[in-house]
Design a protein around this ligand. Structure first.
Ligand SMILES: [Zn+2]
Length: 491
């Protein structure tokens, strides 16, 4: 994942931070202390990350509020989070205390999932999600309860081996569904839930924005889609069937290869996707909406033909030529340098203006904010082109470093991000000028990482505990670039 970084106010620094790619550079220890002072002062003048918390920044201006709606393309970057109303006054004494999660408390799961079949009925008022999961215990004969994460979901039914569970067979609270009295061996679990994407303003899980359905599951968004063991060490093979109105949502996308599609009664249609490789649920993705694509193909090292598609709103397709070039260059480079060949028949990229997470490496369905994909010669600078090359490469490289080889738990986040940052830096260096790339990375290190390491957000590459995983992404310059830097020094 790469966070989108917004510039603030005028500065020579804006150019280097405009597209905000995670980056790193070698640490010159002798100059570190001297640099900290200047950088720390500069830091407070920038709104650095697009987060809910950041909407409260006193130093940040929203310069486009007076523009008419049809001229607010760039404003949507900001308003997708800034327009959320403040919550009602809450009695703090009744709020649950935040729970700190410690690395030392890690336990292997009691149950693993082998396969997951998801079925989405997308609707305007509600969406029904069916899941059918093949479950097996880690220890044969175990009778431990199975605890599933789930937030903002309405449970409709639970079945085990085809039999409906009664209410006394499970516990349901605001964050978990706990199943008791389970079979001693493998079993099939079927759960039906109802959810409300149009009301989901967290922009995690499945949400609706600008008329399209979109997902963001890293780090813990999948629990807002269905009840599941939402942790990276639960890896399963997925199928995903999506059914929706054909006029409103002509494009239905998910991970893997497209196995089936067709029309249904009532102007509805469906698509069935199958991802043959096991993955953690944070890499699940679904997009449904009115999009058009730029199509191309890539022939892999072993001669397989891979279909490439970059999906955007119709008016943006013309601006995706450089992104397609970047994708093909990244696929070729990963084969030549690391021997990593793409492993599916199809690779999709979706670029929409209100994807606030920046860029996300969902298996074979990368989702980007438009700012990180679109470029036209009339308006884009050399730096913009270089940044698009880097971030398209970064998300593609995650296909191996992060997706196929993934984390045990979120304490290992820096491992997948640091290694992938290192890979995207090498890619950009090989495609362009290695010295220029290095100078750019060092500049970011000095301006972002040094101040962070000197402030309250400083933390080790592998922390000992966290309360909310999302906080680590706001600090990604430090933890990701630190590890990327270590790899650079070793290489
Ligand atoms: Zn990443």
């Amino acid at each position: 994942m790469a966070r989108l970084v917004l510039p603030c106010k005028s500065s020579a620094f804006v150019r280097t931070s405009l597209l905000g790619l995670i980056s790193s550079a070698p640490l010159q220890c002798t100059s570190r202390v001297r640099l900290l002072g200047n950088s720390a002062k500069r830091l407070s003048r920038y709104k650095r990350f697009l987060t809910l918390e950041a909407t409260c920044s006193r130093n940040y201006r929203f310069p486009y509020t007076a523009l008419p709606r049809d001229k607010q393309g760039s404003r949507r970057l900001i308003c997708s989070v800034a327009t959320e109303s403040f919550p009602d006054q809450v009695d703090e004494s009744k709020m649950a205390a935040p729970k700190e999660i410690f690395l030392k408390d890690y336990k292997m799961p009691d149950y693993y999932f082998d396969s997951v079949d998801l079925d989405f009925l997308l609707g305007e008022e509600k969406t029904i999600v069916g899941s059918k999961i093949c479950v097996f215990p880690r220890v044969e004969g175990s009778s431990s309860p199975l605890v599933l994460d789930g937030t903002d979901l309405k449970l409709l039914s639970v079945r085990i081996n085809g039999k409906d569970l009664k209410e006394e067979d499970y516990n349901l609270d605001s964050g978990h569904l706990t199943l008791k009295s389970l079979p001693s061996g493998a079993f099939t679990l079927e759960i039906l839930t109802e959810m409300y994407p149009h009301k989901n303003t967290s922009l995690e899980g499945l949400y609706k924005s600008s008329g399209n359905f979109c997902t963001q599951c890293e780090a813990e968004g999948f629990r807002k889609i269905t009840f599941y063991q939402d942790r990276p060490d639960i890896m399963a093979k997925y199928t995903c069937r999506i059914e929706a109105d054909k006029s409103l949502y002509p494009v239905l996308l998910s991970n893997g290869n497209l196995r089936e599609q067709g029309d249904l009664e009532g102007n509805r249609h469906y698509a069935l996707w199958e991802d043959p490789f096991k993955k953690p649920c944070y890499l699940f993705a679904l997009v449904a909406g009115q999009l058009e694509s730029r199509d191309d193909t890539f022939i892999t090292h072993s001669g397989r033909k891979v279909a490439l598609r970059i999906w955007t709103p119709a008016q943006d397709v013309a601006k995706t030529a450089h992104a397609m070039y970047s994708l093909k260059a990244a696929m070729k480079w990963d084969e030549d340098v690391f021997g990593r060949e793409y492993d599916l028949d199809l690779f999709n990229i979706v670029a929409v203006p209100d994807f606030n997470m920046g860029a996300m490496e969902n298996k074979s369905l990368n989702i980007f904010n438009s700012k990180l994909v679109l470029a036209s010669p009339e308006t884009a600078s050399d730096a913009d082109y270089a940044a698009i090359l880097g971030v398209i490469g970064h998300e593609y490289f995650h296909n191996w470093t992060g997706n196929r080889v993934t984390c045990r738990d979120w304490f290992q986040l820096s491992l997948k991000e640091g290694l992938t940052v290192f890979r995207d830096q090498e890619f950009s260096s090989d495609m362009g000028s290695r010295p220029v790339k290095r100078i750019s990375d060092v500049s970011k290190l000095r301006n972002y990482q040094f101040p962070q390491d000197a402030g309250p957000m400083a933390h080790p590459v592998r922390p000992h505990s966290y309360i909310k995983m999302d906080n680590f992404y706001t600090g990604e310059f430090s933890i990701f670039s630190n590890l990327g830097e270590g790899l650079f020094c070793l290489s």
